[in-house]
Design a protein around this ligand. Structure first.
Ligand code: GH3
Ligand code: MG
Ligand code: MG
Length: 378
């Protein structure tokens, strides 16, 4: 540990963080625009490395001003990480308050540099500010972050650094005036610098992982959901039906399917236009989803035809849900429409999803033939 030179640590850590920043910048240009926060995360390592360069300028050139700007860069970098998290999680933006807080901190540091020079006081201000910011970011991720490897990595990094900062704060307060030159390769200083460098690096890596993970879930969503209505697509709903069928074979418990087809939808399009028809479809899906139970699934089977998978529901229970759908679509909403429904219940080991869909389709055909806006059981 003693052979580790703080300067080399800072250079190595910051250069690696800068590479992560370049990756994030690349991601920001390539990734969909609805993944926010990448801009702040991409710029953050550049701000940190500016601070590092100012720390590392040979002593005769280092003025107090350079050190002040270096501290401001370190604080701004952690602030940008927090702001990036806010954008990423869709939480209220706080650029202006952050800029004001940073300006106030720089003013306080300037006071302890020129008006009342005190290195320990500057150390306490910078350490306490970073610790407070880490605690705030942790609380934000705790409340709004997804439970994922990337979030855990960022949380662990922040938590460990927070603990180290609090220990440092405590020692700085207890031994006021005893703090030496940070660049001195003493064990304690090397440890604090190492902790900072690892934090900077791990937060940059964490940001890359968070963005990648979000990208993956967005692709997964796109591959399994219908772009217009947000319902599952045909492939995904059929896969869920097969899954439920396999489960029913293992532990026999009835489940049911509904085949739903909007009534006279062609007339809706012809009368009010295709875009109005699209809005009716979106409203239809929202209404049906609100009428179903949390464990039920709705998928778009084709044009204006949908399939609902109802686990743990026999024909009677499924009939109740179907009536709930008819009632919900007659609420008086301007986009309300009528729907015909065919219902089929799983009949036991010999039954298949294909056979159930065929029975539901035949029942739907009957519902149409009998005057529409009703449910028939197949
Ligand atoms: P029925 O009561 O017998 O089901 O009559 P229908 O008019 O609903 O049935 P038909 O199969 O004749 O017409 C379905 C219409 O749905 C035709 C098609 O243009 C429309 N459609 C399918 N997909 C979409 C879509 O994504 N958006 C809109 N606006 N219309 C769609
Ligand atoms: Mg129709
Ligand atoms: Mg149809």
């Amino acid at each position: 540990m003693t052979s580790l030179d703080p300067r080399s640590l800072i250079v190595m850590g910051n250069v690696m963080a800068l590479i992560m920043g370049a990756v994030l910048g690349f991601m920001q240009r390539q990734y969909p625009r609805d993944i926010h926060g990448l801009r702040q995360w991409a710029a953050m390592p550049a701000v940190w490395i500016m601070g590092a360069i100012l720390y590392l300028v040979p002593p005769p050139v280092v003025g107090q001003l350079a050190l002040l700007v270096a501290n401001a860069c370190v604080l701004a970098g952690f602030g940008m990480f927090h702001l990036g998290c806010r954008h990423f999680l869709g939480v209220r933006r706080m650029e202006r308050p952050f800029a004001l807080i940073l300006a106030a901190l720089v003013a306080v540091l300037g006071w302890f540099t020129w008006s009342w020079p005190s290195y320990p006081s500057r150390l306490v201000v910078v350490t306490a500010a970073i610790a407070a910011l880490h605690a705030w970011t942790l609380a934000l991720l705790w409340r709004r972050g997804t439970r994922s490897l990337a979030t855990y990595l960022v949380q662990c990094t922040l938590l460990v650094h927070l603990v180290i900062l609090l220990v440092r704060l405590q020692t700085a307060v207890v031994s006021r005036g005893a703090a030496g030159d940070l660049m001195e390769p003493s064990g304690v200083h090397t440890f604090y610098i190492g902790a900072y460098v690892f934090t900077v690096l791990l937060l940059s890596i964490g940001a890359v992982l968070l963005a990648t993970e979000r990208m993956r879930t967005e692709f997964e969503h796109m591959a399994t959901h219908d772009g217009l209505t947000g319902a599952l697509n045909r492939r995904a709903i059929l896969a869920f039906c097969e899954e439920e069928h396999a489960r029913a074979l293992r532990q026999p418990q009835p489940f049911s399917l509904l085949m739903l087809d909007l009534d006279h939808f062609k007339t809706v399009n012809d009368t009010h236009g295709h875009q109005h028809g699209d809005r009716v479809l979106v409203h239809f899906v929202q209404t049906v989803q609100a009428s179903l139970r949390r464990t039920d699934r709705l998928g778009r089977y084709g044009g204006e035809e949908f399939v609902a998978l109802l686990p743990a529901a026999d024909a009677a229970a499924a009939g109740v849900l179907a009536q709930r759908i008819h009632a919900a679509l007659s609420s008086g909403h301007p986009l309300d429409c009528k729907v015909s429904i065919g219902l089929s219940q799983w009949q036991g080991a010999h039954d298949s999803v294909d056979a159930m869909l065929a029975r539901a389709d035949a029942a739907l055909y009957r519902a149409k033939a009998q005057g529409r806006n009703q449910t028939c059981v197949g």
